[in-house]
Design a binder for this molecule. Structure first.
Ligand SMILES: C[S@@+](CC[C@H](N)C(=O)[O-])C[C@H]1O[C@@H](n2cnc3c(N)ncnc32)[C@H](O)[C@@H]1O
Length: 238
């Protein structure tokens, strides 16, 4: 862990606390669901559109966090396996109504996924890729567990945010510090080449910016008005 004074784009100086990814999310889990999260608001309808109907399908939610997608998908009739390495985030997920319908597994995504080859109709990894520096083997694992007639949906904070000094972070209400779980400074090219390098077929790639409708729902989005916030991919095994 290291502390540093950082000056973000808005010119203010804040005390930054950099943490290993898992420790950061364990700490963040206490308030993750209560925060105004513009990225989640923007992302959710796109995930639903790209995934399509899931009733009766097996779905892996890779890096499930507090179960935001896993629980919604299970409520729609999917058989969901949800993986994450943060005990704090998983604890929040497991305590929610409907959690019994999801198979939650504590797992570090640096290791091979604990799922059989071609076992999943849909594979979702939502807002996780910006913590993944091993993109080719990671995408290869997503493709390995996906059925040949299934597909992978991946969402991530748009890399343009890095140019604005923004990465996954939260303010610790106890210390006032800007806490940052370790992230990887991936560019769009890294995501595209990572997926292609893993042998996946890129079927959909889109970028989504903050508009006034989002700002109306999320005060925190206002400072990013007009900037791309979300990158979306749909991928198929070859
Ligand atoms: C921004 S949260 C997103 C959670 C959830 N997918 C969502 O969209 O609400 C990122 C999640 O990725 C998980 N994560 C990051 N690196 C991981 C790794 N190496 N192994 C397992 N989980 C990881 C974190 O613990 C955290 O829960």
């Amino acid at each position: 862990m290291k502390d540093a004074i950082a000056g973000p784009a808005d010119g203010s100086a804040r005390v930054v606390e950099d943490l290993p990814t898992r420790d950061g999310y364990d700490r963040w889990s206490a308030l993750y669901d209560e925060e105004d999260n513009a990225l989640c608001l923007l992302e959710e309808p796109h995930v639903d559109r790209l995934l399509g109907p899931v009733e009766g399908l097996s779905v892996a939610d890779v890096g499930c966090g507090t179960g935001r997608h896993a629980l919604r998908l299970a409520a729609r009739g999917a058989r969901v396996t949800a993986l994450d390495f943060s005990t704090g985030m998983l604890g929040k997920a497991r305590a929610k109504p409907g959690a019994d319908a999801v198979r939650f597994v504590e797992h570090d995504l640096r290791e091979p996924l604990p799922l059989a080859d071609a076992s999943q109709d849909r594979v979702l990894t939502a807002l996780v890729l910006d913590h993944v520096s091993w993109l080719v083997p990671f995408f290869a694992e997503l493709g390995r567990v996906c059925r040949p007639d299934g597909f992978v949906v991946a969402t991530v904070m748009h890399p343009a945010m890095l140019l604005r000094g923004v990465q996954a972070h939260f303010t610790d209400p106890g210390t006032g510090r800007d806490v940052r779980p370790a992230s990887a400074p991936n560019a769009i090219a890294d995501y595209v080449m990572g997926a292609l390098g893993a042998g996946l077929v890129l079927e959909h790639l889109s970028e989504h910016a903050v508009d006034r409708a989002l700002v109306a729902r999320s005060a925190r989005a206002a400072k990013h008005l007009g900037w791309p916030l979300l990158l979306l991919m749909r991928l198929r095994p070859r």
